[in-house]
Design a protein around this ligand. Structure first.
Ligand code: DGL
Length: 267
């Protein structure tokens, strides 16, 4: 691993671009290679076995690009595959669960925290375990929201149907009086406006992207892998299916157009 290598980031599809956006902002001289497994998205409704297998293959795609560290931007992958990835590969690997929880634990005042995520992430209880480890006095209310990912993939951020779905899913969290809501899925930050409207201004929405970027910075420094100076960073985007849909929606996640997206074989 060399300092000059890029940071590798993978997700099941588009959503991990929210993490790339935060990396660009907080680590402007680091190169990034992103891999979105668009041929197999969604992961959030798949079995743990499939999620683990896909995650391992995604890490292998990134390793071919000589990455110096891997960020597992997908919550479903972080929930199931992180320990195995850490055991299998000899480089720093970071998931998104612990950084998001750290922020939620620091934010909640009434010690009631809601979690919304894919069914896979909720069933894994990864957030529950991490919260219990960081602060066992916190009460947790969780809700799987499987319809949110397709709504975001369609770009339906502000449609009435999205608001209705959000009202339905969030009812149980509202009843719990949680003052903090973890957006435990890469796609949900795109629904922030709608979610905030449903939950009300008094509830803090936790999006882990910034926390993850700051943690990446810390890890790179710890390992002596941080690339300082005035290097002009390069960004590479790889996916496993046709680029057209990815390119169309990428701007919404990343904030700018991506011209060059390459389709690669996962194996
Ligand atoms: N990336 C997934 C996650 O954060 C959401 C999309 C999917 O279901 O694959 O859990």
């Amino acid at each position: 691993m060399s300092k000059e290598g890029p940071i590798g980031v993978f997700d099941s599809g588009l959503g991990g671009l929210t993490v790339v956006k935060a990396l660009i902002r907080h680590l402007p001289s680091e190169d990034v290679v992103y891999f979105g497994d668009t041929a197999r998205v969604p992961y959030g409704t798949k079995s743990p076995e499939s999620i683990i297998r896909f995650s391992k293959e995604n890490a292998q795609v990134l390793l071919k690009h000589r990455v110096k560290m891997i960020v597992v931007a997908c919550n479903s992958s972080s929930s199931y595959a992180l320990p195995l990835l850490k055991k299998s590969f000899d480089l720093p690997i970071l998931g998104v669960i612990a950084p998001g929880v750290r922020k939620a634990v620091a934010t909640t005042k009434n010690k009631v925290v809601g979690i919304i995520a894919t069914p896979a992430t909720i069933n894994s209880r990864s957030y529950h375990q991490e919260i219990a480890q960081q602060d066992s006095s916190i009460r947790i209310i969780s809700q799987a929201c499987p319809l949110f990912v397709p709504l975001v993939e369609e770009g339906w951020f502000h449609k009435p149907v999205t608001l209705s779905v959000a009202e339905e899913y969030l009812r149980v969290i509202q009843k719990s009086k949680a003052d903090t809501l973890i957006l435990g899925c890469t796609h949900y930050p795109l629904l922030k406006a709608t979610l905030q409207k449903v939950m009300g201004q008094g509830v803090e929405l936790i999006d882990s992207a910034r926390e993850v970027a700051l943690e990446v910075k810390k890890v790179l420094e710890e390992y002596g892998l941080a690339r300082g100076g005035s290097h002009r960073a390069k960004y590479k985007f790889l996916i496993s299916d046709e680029p057209a849909h990815f390119q169309r929606l990428a701007k919404r996640f990343l904030g700018y157009d991506i011209k060059d997206v390459k389709k690669v074989l996962v194996k």
